[in-house]
Every structure is written in C-alpha cells, then in structure tokens.
Ligand binder design. Structure first.
Ligand code: PMP
Length: 437
C-alpha cells in the first residue's frame, strides 16, 4: 500500500506514524491520543462526561479532512457528474472518478472500472446476489454461507435462492467464535457456485483466513465473495492477495461518509453480469424496446450517485493509508488484549470470540450474568461510554451461542487505554447496581 500524500494525518500537522512505505514494518505504531484530536465529534461531552466512543463496528467518526472534503465539494464543486460541459461538472467528475481510482489502487484492483460505487456493503452484496445470482443460479445450485454472517450477507442470498431455487448451506462456528473450516471441503459440492463470507465478524471480531478459504473455493471452481464491511477499516486489503472474486465495503466504517461504499469485482465477472438497476447514466443507447449498457463500471450505477460521499471517501482512504492499516490493526489488538484482561476479572462475564487478541480486530463481545445488554448499554451511556447492545444483525451468531443479545465494545484508531478504563469502570457500576440485586 502506498500513500500519495506524504503528510501526517491531522490538523496537528505532526506525524503520528512512520513515513509512507514504512507502515508495514514491525515498528509501525500510532499515537491514538494525537489522532483523536482530528475528530471533532470525539471532543464533546456526553451526559456530562467526556465521550468514550466504543461503537466503531457500527460506524466510525470522521476526521476534519473528511468533513472538509464534503464541505469543499458542496461549496465549490457541486454539479452532476459525467454530463455537464462546464467547469463545475468537470471538477465534480474529476474528484468523483479520482476517488474511484484511489480506492481501486488502495485495494489492489486491476483498474477503476473494477470498482462500482454502491450505498455500502449491503447494496454491494445485493448487487452480486441479484445480478450475478439471478443470471447464474439455477434450481439445485448451492450457495455456501457461514453462521457468522451479518444479515447483509444472508438475506440477499435468501432472496435470490427463493427466486431461483438455489440452496443455502452453512459453515458452522466453533465454541471460540471461529469458522469450522474443517466443514468447508464437505460443503463444497458439485452444485456449489459461490461462497460468501465475512472478512471480519462484526459480532465476534474474528478475522477469517480468507486466503485459505479462497484457495479451497477456487480449486473447487466456485466464486468467493468477501464481505469486507469490517475488513477494510481495520485490516490491509489486497483483493488479489486475498484471492477473492468480489469484495464489498462501506465507507462509513473507515471514517468516510454514510451512504457510500463499493463493490470490487473481477472485470470479466462484471462484464458478464447484467445491470442491477436501470436508469440514467448506466446506458449507452435507449430505444423503445431495448437499451444497451454503458461501459464498466457505469453499467451498475444508475441515477445520480452519492458524489459528495465518493469524493470525501478519498479523504478517508488517504487518512487511513497514512496512519497505516497494519498499525491500526495492531493498535486495536493491543486494546483488545487490554480490555480482555480487565473483562476477565468481572464475575459472571461471558466472553464471545477467539481468546487470542491476534485472531481478532477491535471487537469485544460479552454478556454479564446479572444484567441485560440493553441495561449495560444504558448505564454506560450515562457514563459517556458509547457501546452497542443487541444481536448486531447477526442472529445466527446469537443462536449459535444461545443468547439473544450481547454487549459489544469496538475500538478504532483513535481509542486509547483510557477509553477501555472508562468501559471497565462503567461495568463496575453495572455490577454494583445489578450484582447486588
Ligand atoms: N457486513 C458486516 C460484517 C457489517 O458489520 C455490516 C455493518 N454493520 C454490514 C455488512 C453492512 O454494512 P452497511 O450497513 O454499511 O451496508
């Protein structure tokens, strides 16, 4: 991964990270305290306490640069893309397509035409399930999913299975929140057409061995989609190295705006896939009874897109790239290790996910025997600590572990040990309230 802006992230102007190109070295680390200053939302008080934002698996906060890119676009360059022969439209198009190029090279795509803008991971997976699945799945064909998946990587496949008569099969989970990959060879049958799996679990934090899965799937002649919603933000992504065929991601999980995300796919797959939605921008010629399609990637981008979102996503990618995804992952794993140490001291706690911090990104999911996750979240909120309680759109995970909900704290590059201390102190308050009853 390279950076085309050899400047430290942040308004502070000092470098919190090694120079570009050195981010993958073992020495790379980040200064979360310094990075935090780049995020205005983190400077506020909530319920009279400084905010400890630990809900990053749901969405991340935005640095000044992303906010500035959004504002700059609307203040100076706002125009529709591709259509206008005027200066603003030229600028808007250049910024919009420039961002696509940046994302494409950042994830190792073979070119910008392999990157389709979507609203996010959900839409990217729906695009594949609907377009590729609708055209290729037949009655009796099989789609292999896992019990770890977010609903976004389940329901679109259920919908296309209902339409086509395809069957869904599932890789299970072991007791520690890992995929039962020993089951995969058996699940890959003569009718398996595609496997769709998350890069990183949002409910457990587990990092899945995508390359290993890809090798099995490819040897079998099936395709692999990777749900990268929790991958791209915390993990270096190289779609060629991963060996997948589709990679879906959401901008808002990596400090970009909401409503923008992307689908990466191998060019030859996109060439063959039919359009997903019809409308302006995605056509070449429109006649009364038929139309022909625009070149890639526009064939899949009907209507006026989220131009500002795409433009500002580049600022987020630049920021993340300069900090270094390897450093981000290592920082999160340090916080996870620190959090797990504290959490394990709490009587009646049940921890979900792999015991080794190195097997997960910045997610800790747990339940307390005395208090419901929603009560835990409510008490923590009064302490200014933002976490999430619920099924995390992963009801199959909840079912596997026999719970209806968990409490989840999720860390990002701007979180510090102090934030974790605040979480642990909040949980001590929960214990005082509920443990005594
Ligand atoms: N997959 C996973 C693993 C996720 O964590 C999420 C978001 N929570 C999604 C898919 C869906 O992402 P989005 O809502 O941005 O489309």
């Amino acid at each position: 991964m390279t950076s085309d802006h050899p400047v430290a992230p942040g308004s502070s102007g000092t470098s919190p990270s090694p120079p570009p190109g050195e981010t993958s070295s073992a020495a790379a680390s980040l200064d979360a305290e310094l990075l935090k200053r780049d995020f205005p939302a983190l400077a506020q008080e909530v319920n009279g306490k400084p905010l400890a934002y630990l809900d990053n698996a749901a969405t991340t906060q935005k640095p000044e640069e992303v906010l500035a890119a959004l504002e700059h676009y609307y203040r100076f360059d706002n125009a529709n893309v591709h259509r206008g022969i005027h200066e603003l439209s030229r600028r808007a198009t250049e910024a919009y397509e420039g961002s696509r190029k940046r994302l494409a090279s950042w994830i190792g795509a073979n070119g910008p035409e392999e990157v389709v803008w979507t609203r996010g991971t959900t839409e990217a997976i729906n695009l594949v399930a609907s377009s590729w699945g609708g055209a290729n799945l037949q009655e009796g064909d099989e789609v292999v999913l896992t019990e770890m998946e977010h609903h976004s990587n389940l329901v679109p496949w259920q919908l296309v299975a209902q339409r086509t008569g395809a069957r869904l099969r599932y890789v299970g989970l072991d007791d520690d929140g890992r995929l039962r990959l020993d089951q995969l060879p058996e699940l890959l049958g003569p009718r398996t057409r595609i496997v769709s799996v998350s890069h990183v679990s949002n409910a457990l934090g587990t990092i899945n061995p995508v390359r290993e899965i890809a090798d099995l799937v490819r040897n079998h002649g099936a395709l692999l989609l990777v749900d990268g919603a929790q991958g791209a933000a915390h993990h270096p992504v190289d779609v060629q190295g991963l060996g997948c065929d589709f990679y879906a991601l959401s901008g808002h999980k990596l400090m970009g705006p909401t409503g923008i995300g992307a689908l990466w796919a191998r060019r030859e797959l996109l060439e063959e896939m039919p359009p997903y939605q019809g409308g302006g921008e995605m056509i070449r010629i429109v006649e009364k009874d038929y139309s022909t399609w625009a070149a890639l990637p526009h064939k899949f981008e009907a209507g006026t897109p989220n131009i500002a979102g795409a433009v500002a996503l580049k600022a987020a990618v630049d920021y993340l790239d300069r900090v270094g995804p390897e450093a981000v992952l290592r920082h999160e794993q340090e916080l996870v290790a620190y959090a797990l140490e504290g959490l394990r001291e709490i009587p009646g706690i049940r921890l979900f996910g792999p015991p080794e911090p190195t097997e997960r990104s910045g997610v800790v999911s747990f339940s307390l025997s005395d208090a419901h996750p929603h009560d835990v979240a409510t008490i923590l909120d009064t302490e200014g600590v933002a976490i999430r309680a619920g099924h995390h759109c992963a009801q199959l995970v909840m079912k596997r572990y026999g719970v209806s909900a968990t409490t989840r704290a999720s860390f990002y590059l701007y979180n510090t040990r102090e934030d974790v201390d605040r979480l642990l102190a909040g949980l001590a308050t929960v214990e005082e309230i509920f443990g005594a009853s």
